[in-house]
Design a protein around this ligand. Structure first.
Ligand SMILES: C[S@@+](CC[C@H](N)C(=O)[O-])C[C@H]1O[C@@H](n2cnc3c(N)ncnc32)[C@H](O)[C@@H]1O
Ligand code: SF4
Length: 492
């Protein structure tokens, strides 16, 4: 049962009340197996969700639930036509993954490889084309309402290769790029005028560029070969090409970074008046140094987070999530902009992923190809992918099946980790049960710590302090099953 512990206000101006207790016995029609209650009990075990909440603010970035390390080979591999048969297909997200970069940054654990020769890029685009045909054939008059090209670094592709990619998006997948938001990631060195011209001409609404820091010594410390002059030139070219939304990624917690140098990066970023900014706490795995250092580093990152948040709020930005800030009114630029576009609902709607690092989501199955971070394995997965025959693209390979509890959990996680929080009526409409009852123990743990509040009628949201702890709260909301699968994967 959720206690009545008063919670900390997010800001003096916001009107909110302490979280109210959910009455016992008001659980609606969900069976115990479909609710979070059974998983919630495990929270009292050492290492369970309660302990995770207190283990430090930086346990892991939850950009998707469940994480790919919880996916397992699907036996037998289901045909995509079956996987998508009963799914709504009128509000889909198309994601294309380009697993190539011109550099490997010291901190990055994304699925990507460097130095891919031209022939490999061509073979990858050939494979994407075969996959697109197979996937389009398995769908039933799909309607894509938003699209994104991510990486790696999609602009590792030349202008001609980008044209080919956009052609297959339009012709094979049937995405109307003139009508839907399209987001594309880029890096300073690859954001060249010819590539940007192709992207602008074909309807890109949002460009997201990794900057990380405007201080050269810091990018060096993060093992990213980049000069500030190169960043400035790239931002100039992007603004000239005229995309509706520019997003900049910055990182805090880099060795040698101080409040003063962090402010310099924030100010330098704001000179470009970006419609969006992502502020990422640095993660380095495995964490080197002793526990003592880890705790100091946590405190340091938390202080830099608060400084960054306050700086951007004072500059007129609104906070969308722990990492994401945007100028009011810049809301529907596309995937990555927090909403995925005006028509796309990230809690509910499906995603079709193309490329060997992309995931696809239906309401009951999340699937992808094998996952890896280590350079050798990434290369092997890409090499396997480019050799796949057309029929191999018609099935799902590795994945995770979501039962009723997992669907509810995913909805809860994806809502609570956004500043606007969870719309309780929307949850009830979707599942027929109440979130406060389904996840009573989990929510009580957050409320006890002053990290959750009842914001107006029918809305649960993290407090300012809760939002700062998103990377502890997210993992603590994982089900026991997902935690076990992830632990088995890590142990391999
Ligand atoms: C796909 S990259 C962005 C585009 C392009 N590849 C680049 O680096 O310029 C995604 C972003 O994730 C963030 N990121 C990646 N690994 C990280 C880590 N270990 N800690 C913090 N942020 C990280 C970086 O800010 C990076 O810009
Ligand atoms: S941060 Fe960007 S450029 Fe660097 S390795 Fe990761 S995806 Fe590639």
């Amino acid at each position: 049962m959720i206690p009545t512990t008063p919670t900390t206000p997010a800001s003096p101006a916001s009107a909110m009340t302490p979280m109210t207790p959910a009455g016992p016995g008001r659980r609606g029609s969900a069976s115990p197996a479909e609710t979070g209650r059974s998983a919630g009990r495990r929270g009292r075990e050492p290492g369970g969700p309660g302990a995770l909440l207190d283990a430090g603010p930086y346990q892991g970035y939850v950009y998707a639930y469940p994480h790919k390390t919880a996916y397992r080979p699907l036996e037998p591999r289901p045909p995509l036509r079956e996987v998508w048969a009963d799914e709504p297909q009128d509000s889909l997200f198309l994601y294309l993954h380009i697993p190539f970069c011109e550099m490997r940054c010291g901190f990055c654990n994304l699925f990507t490889r460097t130095g891919a020769p031209g022939e490999l890029v061509t073979a990858y685009l050939d494979a994407l084309e075969r996959q697109a045909r197979a996937v389009a054939g398995a769908l039933d008059s799909p309607r894509f309402v938003t699209a994104a090209i991510g990486g790696g670094t999609p602009t590792y592709l030349s202008a001609g290769e980008l044209t080919r990619l956009l052609d297959l998006t339009e012709r094979t997948m049937g995405v109307d790029l003139r009508a839907v938001p399209l987001s594309v990631e880029t890096s300073p060195a690859t954001a060249t005028a010819d590539r940007l011209a192709v992207l602008a001409e074909r309807g890109t609404t949002r460009i997201s560029i990794g900057v990380q820091s405007f201080v050269d010594a810091e990018v060096r410390a993060a093992v990213r070969p980049q000069k500030r002059a190169e960043v400035t030139a790239a931002l100039g070219r992007i603004r000239e090409a005229g995309f509706g939304t520019l997003n900049l990624d910055l990182i805090y917690g880099i060795d040698g970074q101080t409040e003063r140098t962090w402010r310099r990066s924030l100010e330098a970023a704001l000179e470009w008046e970006p419609e969006e900014l992502y502020l990422y706490p640095l993660y380095v795995r495995p964490l080197t140094g002793l526990g003592r250092r880890a705790r100091d580093w946590d405190d340091h990152r938390l202080a830099l987070y608060r400084q960054g948040r306050d700086h951007l709020l004072a500059a007129g930005y609104e906070q969308v999530s722990m990492r994401m800030f945007r100028l009011p009114g810049a809301g529907a630029a596309g995937a990555g902009s927090g909403s995925g576009g005006a028509e796309y609902c990230c809690q509910r709607d499906g995603m079709v992923g193309l490329g060997c690092g992309a995931r696809s989501y239906t309401s009951r199955l999340h699937y992808s190809y094998e996952y890896a971070v280590a350079a050798g394995q990434v290369r092997a997965i890409i090499d396997d992918y480019v050799r796949l025959a057309p029929q191999e693209f018609g099935v799902a390979n590795v994945g995770f099946r979501l039962d009723g509890e997992e669907r509810r959990r995913r909805h809860l996680l994806q809502s609570l980790l956004r500043a606007e929080g969870l719309d309780e009526a929307g949850y009830r409409d979707r599942f027929g049960t109440g979130a406060a009852e389904d996840f009573a123990e989990e929510l009580a743990r957050l409320a006890e710590r002053g990290w959750l509040e009842q914001a107006g009628a029918g809305r649960l949201r993290l407090t300012a302090e809760g939002l700062a702890r998103s990377d502890a709260i997210g993992p603590a909301l994982f089900s026991g099953r997902v935690r076990e699968l992830m632990a088995q994967y890590e142990a391999r």
